[in-house]
Write a protein that binds this ligand. Sequence first.
Ligand code: DGY
Length: 318
Amino acid sequence: MNKVFVTRQIPDIGLELLARECQLDVWPGELPPSRAELIEHIQPADGLLCLLSDRIDEEILQHAPSLKVISNYAVGFDNIDVAAATRRGIPVGNTPGVLTHATADFAFALLMAAARRVPEADRSVRAGQWKTWGPKTLLGADLYQATLGLIGFGRIGQAVAQRARGFDMRVLVYDPSFNPSDLPAGVQSVALDVLLSQSDFISLHVPLTPQTHHLINARAFEQMKPTAILVNTARGAVVDTAALYHALKSGQIASAALDVTDPEPLPADHPLLGLENLVIAPHIASASTATRDKMAVMAAENLLAGLNQQPLPNCVNP
Ligand code: DGY
């Protein structure tokens, strides 16, 4: 029987699929295994099912002489050195598609929470600050007919654009890899500086690559409106955290809503967490029960295909 190391307790539906055909070693902790623990557990493994918080690089792969397949329980795969895996003939799988709508929903939830200052309102009521109805209490921004800038127009960016239609928003898109003639009606492709300077809301939907690392930096914040709201459900390092802190603290932009950060998680004493104009969540955009189950099935199917020397249903190697 093939031996498989699963680096966290994924939903049962995925583990049950794997258990039919494999000998499972499931990491019991809530926290990721340390490097040393990862090395110890990957050593005898034929298959690895890992999470975005497990860094699978050259060093780890050197300790995995029998490894035939890596399956990431995520659509993003910046945690894996895919080139190093490819050099060893190891296919790498991911979970695209099944989390598109859950993630787009959450991007919109963050956008609305920041626009209408929902977490601030909640904090103020709990702190006993609700004395009466106030004409100027917690004023926010309208979504209706506002301009939404989408950086990245893949599956998730497109699903966010669909939702924006319900608010009659003007949608601008920056995505050099998207063919402008395929844009849906009502969506306009623009240069990055146009998107940054004209958008009321800017939502990030790009993978983390050398090209997108710190795409949103001090220069980008300088171009945004002082009323702009930034939403990040992509990857933390697409945004320069120090520049974001400065932009929020100085009022260069109005607020930000983050599901992802750099570093992740943020330390409890991180200066960003002291800002009122920040809405933050612990990387849960795909965290609906049904979506996480679908991801577990997809990750298990990728893994089983690799162990059986079949093409992975979703393979990211070039
Ligand atoms: C992913 O899949 O890449 C998300 O960040 C977590 O679901």
